[in-house]
Design a protein around this ligand. Structure first.
Ligand code: G3H
Ligand code: 13P
Ligand code: ZN
Length: 322
């Protein structure tokens, strides 16, 4: 089937109590690893491209890689999504250039400005058959050039969501309930430690999610910053010359719970980066003579595939849902 929008995916996910994974793509191996896993598990999947990915790999290369994945996996629904669009012009360029979904992220702007720019994107997108994700509330961490400092993040205010969705006409809404971007989601002082000395982060604000869902029945909610930063990969990176002290993510069982609620899209990027980095570091340590990029990109691609398969089955619950 051709590239799809997320409309049908989200309706089925909402009704079925699972979520669709949105994985960031930056090169061929990442596109292949994600879509091979989704294809074998018969799972819908969203491939998302950030402004940084577009600057790195070039819009046309990324679109063509995704089109190749669509041809190779004709059975599964695949959406191509702009992650964290920061202007009308960027969204327009992706809509004109073959994307089926865009995010306009004006969450750091005042409420009225967020509404005005989101509405402008929605009007253009809908006229071209493309769907729009918007955001209310801010996450800590780094996304493209925007750094939200610890303490500057704010949870979504449920009392704002109905007005925001009805005035903008957006198709899905990203909310802030305690997730954050990157591999260092919480400072050690925000966490407790378990018996093994591993950091345990504060729980997500399910009360905020519940209140949002009550106010927007049937409306798809999105969670950004949803990597779990598996400690086995942090150990692998650190064990082979890396330095990622106290990297910590969102516990997978909390994401599974969110997926069973109104959350229909879960964004994961850092875990893919971590898996690739760990495996490549290990490969170089064990094969100091290696210099053929295929030799180390092959296990890296397999690590992406294994990570995505694990997310689909154990976190998202989207396997067999095509
Ligand atoms: O939310 C941000 C994503 O992880 C994309 O990151 O802007 O470094 O491509 P990037
Ligand atoms: P992570 O950094 O937790 O993987 O989040 C990715 C994301 O939200 C992309 O938009
Ligand atoms: Zn994000």
């Amino acid at each position: 089937m051709p590239l799809v929008t997320t409309t049908e995916m989200f309706k089925k996910a909402y009704d079925g109590g699972y979520a669709v994974g949105a994985f960031n793509v930056n090169n061929m191996e990442i596109v292949q690893g994600i879509t091979e896993a989704a294809g074998e598990l018969k799972s819908p999947v969203i491939l998302q491209v950030s402004k940084g990915a577009r600057a790195y790999a070039n819009h046309t290369y990324l679109v063509k890689l995704v089109e190749a994945a669509v041809l190779e996996n004709p059975e599964i629904p695949i959406a191509l999504h702009l992650d964290h669009g920061d202007s009308f012009e960027l969204c327009k360029s992706c809509i004109d250039g073959g994307f089926t979904s865009v995010m306009i992220d004006m969450s750091s702007k005042p409420f009225e400005e967020n509404i005005a720019i989101t509405k402008q994107v929605v009007e253009y997108a809908h006229a071209h058959g493309v769907v729009v994700e918007a955001e209310l509330g801010t996450l800590e961490g780094v996304e493209d050039e925007v750094v939200v400092e610890a303490g500057q993040a704010s949870y979504t205010r449920p009392e704002e969501v109905e007005e925001f969705v009805s005035r903008t006409g957006c198709d899905s809404l990203a909310i802030a309930i305690g997730t954050s971007h990157g591999a260092y989601k919480f400072r050690p002082e925000q966490c407790t430690r378990n018996e093994k000395g591993i950091l345990v982060p504060p729980p997500l604000r399910f009360d905020v999610l519940e209140e949002v869902a009550k106010r927007l029945p049937g409306f798809p909610i999105v969670l950004h910053g949803s990597s779990s930063v598996p400690q086995e990969f942090v150990k692998m990176v650190n064990g082979y010359g890396g330095n990622m002290p106290d990297a910590v993510g969102i516990p997978e069982e909390q994401l599974r719970k969110a997926a069973s609620m109104a959350v229909c899209k879960i964004n994961i990027d850092s875990d893919i980066r971590l898996a690739m980095t760990g495996v490549i570091r290990k490969y170089f340590a064990e094969h100091p003579e290696a210099f053929d990029p295929r030799a180390y990109l092959k296990p890296a691609r397999q690590a992406v595939k294994d990570m995505v398969a694990h997310k689909i089955v154990d976190v998202l619950g989207s396997d067999g849902r095509i």
